[in-house]
Design a protein around this ligand. Structure first.
Ligand SMILES: *Cc1c(COP(=O)(O)O)cnc(C)c1O
Length: 573
């Protein structure tokens, strides 16, 4: 038979109609993968069925089919398989596991096949979505493709009761589509998310997720007339763009693989992926940097049931911890859009960002040094490491908020360099140095006093502190026979000690000093810092003398000549 097609207000309404047609009702179990979006779970909530979450395979971001086999029970009434990011699920295996249980394919991420391959044609039914970010963009809308004849007959009967949306909604949706089209023409889609958020707070656009799916009238609507009218042309256009998108995907795959990040397997010929997903150590950092560089990088799915967290997440029946791979993916995976109009330059910028910011979550021994730009979280981590590991210093007594201000300044100042060591994405140490600490202090006081004051004042006003502050400032100007270049702080947390992290950090900073013309660098270390003394001796620093920064605290001064690096072969990262 040729498959029957029904057009609905959106993808999730199509899914709801399919499940209704299958006779799924309150108390039944329906299997879905975790690492999905609320659009998939809303229809289940509306029907009162119990979602049974199956974890994903970390290599493909689609359902772990062994876990699926274990999840099927006598109460399972349907299995929803999601071709996440356009990576096709092994449908033959799903069929073998499913037995008599109907399969519903979530094809929201996959390009509708021209020739009917297994995708979209294997299950009892499949559904598609046409909103932004899907392979065919025609506006908010969804379609059910029904392969099972009995199901098709039932759905045809029920479809009569679906009405087109009210005209007012039609108008809002048409305007929203126009905004999106203009933005994508202007190449500013990276801005849309923020724009939509702002507009939906003002009530000017319709948000993606219903307040209460059980109540929403949308589940009785057909596709809007404008999307229905636009869809054939948009589908044809998307089909024509497949060759160009295939080339873009190949470029991403080559670049990402060269950097050592694993990718889901690409079937050959295989459908063109919607996105190229990459698991990175520092997802937040990469997304922040992408926004600064005006690059579109996807954060979804950000939770096991995107974008829900906390009570809303638990209301979907997902128990935190239930699907560890899904939660891991939500914490680590970013995705690059595979757009027909992406230029090789756009792709290169995405790859360059990946190389600059993000380590693999557990790649090359796990250790990675980042040189900024730093995220707020990373700056906070540096401040916290300072506060806990340099526990007795004056700066530590100022507290973490003041240290954050300080390190944000250090990271931005041209007098300084800051390197952060990440192990599996976790900050494990840092080193920072300055070419001229007194210039740094003057610059900081001049530019940041107004930021620092609220954090500093209450602490400075305690007796004793003021003295020590003055001593610290005076120290910066003393000892005039010593080089200005200086290691300001160097911390490696206990779990990373002995891993070579210290050596790599030190080496990076010394290379920076060298490239800035500093041939000698001083390091001042507390007399009792046995580990530091051992390290500086090992790297060939010479003991220059002793000093006392704070009354009663003896320190050693080491000198390191960057020209000595050749005679002391050291690991380079
Ligand atoms: C977009 C999407 C849907 C359906 O979305 P609608 O907004 O209801 O059209 C379903 N599943 C997945 C995985 C999606 O990304």
């Amino acid at each position: 038979m040729t498959a029957a097609e029904f057009h609905y207000y959106r993808g999730r309404v199509a899914l709801h109609a399919i499940l209704r047609g299958l006779g799924v009702s309150r108390g039944d179990e329906v299997i879905v993968q975790a690492y999905t979006c609320a659009a998939v779970v809303e229809p289940l909530q509306r029907l009162g069925v119990t979602p049974v979450y199956v974890d994903i395979d970390r290599a493909t971001y689609t359902m772990d089919l062994d876990a699926l086999a274990a999840a099927v029970t006598g109460r399972t009434r349907a299995i929803i398989v999601q071709h996440t990011f356009g990576t096709p699920v092994d449908l033959a295996r799903v069929r073998a596991v499913a037995g008599d249980v109907p399969i519903v394919e979530d094809c929201a991420h996959i390009t509708e096949p021209d020739e009917r391959g297994p995708v979209g044609a294997t299950g009892a039914a499949a559904f598609y979505s046409y909103e932004w970010g899907k392979p065919v963009i025609a506006g908010v809308g969804g379609k059910a493709v029904v392969n099972d004849e009995r199901l098709a007959a039932t759905m045809r009967e029920q479809y009569r009761a679906y009405a087109p949306p009210p005209l007012r909604r039609e108008a809002v949706m048409a305007a929203q589509f126009l905004v999106h089209s203009v933005a994508s023409e202007l190449g500013v889609t990276w801005r849309l998310r923020a724009l939509y958020r702002r507009l939906s707070r003002l009530g000017l656009v319709v948000g993606s997720y219903a307040e209460d799916p059980a109540d929403s009238p949308e589940y009785r609507w057909r596709m809007t007339r404008s999307v229905r009218w636009r869809l054939p042309r948009r589908t044809a256009r998307a089909r024509k763009a497949i060759a160009r998108r295939t080339a873009v995907a190949a470029r991403y795959r080559t670049g990402v693989t060269r950097l050592g990040f694993p990718l889901p397997p690409a079937g050959s010929p295989g459908p063109v992926p919607l996105r190229v997903p990459v698991a990175v150590a520092d997802k937040r950092g990469l997304l922040d940097a992408a926004t600064r560089r005006r690059l579109e990088v996807g954060d979804w799915f950000a939770t096991a049931v995107h974008p829900l967290t906390g009570a809303a997440l638990e209301a979907t029946g997902y128990r935190p911890g239930a699907c560890p791979n899904a939660e891991w993916a939500a914490d680590h995976v970013v995705s690059f859009p595979v757009r027909a109009d992406a230029s090789p330059h756009d792709v290169e910028r995405g790859i360059a960002l990946l190389g600059a910011i993000a380590g693999t979550p557990e790649g090359d021994g796990g250790l990675r040094i980042v040189a900024g730009p730093f995220t707020d979280t990373q700056i906070r981590a540096v401040a916290e490491m300072h506060a806990t590991e340099v526990a007795h210093g004056f700066l530590s007594s100022l507290g973490v908020p003041a240290l954050e201000v300080l390190y944000r300044h250090v990271a931005a100042s041209e007098h300084c360099a800051l390197y952060l060591a990440l192990d599996g994405g976790r900050p494990v140490g840092y080193i920072c140095g300055s070419l001229d600490t007194s210039a740094l202090v003057r610059e900081f006081v001049r530019r940041r006093w107004w930021v620092a004051a609220p954090a500093l004042l209450p602490r400075l006003l305690r007796p004793g502190r003021v003295f020590r502050a003055i001593e610290t400032l005076r120290y910066a100007n003393a000892e005039s026979d010593l080089p200005h270049a200086e290691v300001i702080n160097f911390v490696v947390r206990p779990p990373a000690r002995g891993t070579g992290a210290a050596q790599v950090l030190f080496d990076r900073l010394m290379r920076w000093f060298e490239s800035h013309g500093a041939t000698a660098v001083k390091m001042v270390t507390g007399e009792r810092q046995q580990r530091a003394h051992g390290f500086y001796r090992k790297v060939g620093a010479e003991l220059h003398g002793h000093t006392s920064i704070h009354s009663g605290t003896a320190s050693r001064i080491y000198l390191y000549r960057t020209a000595m690096r050749e005679q002391n072969p050291q690991t380079t990262p």
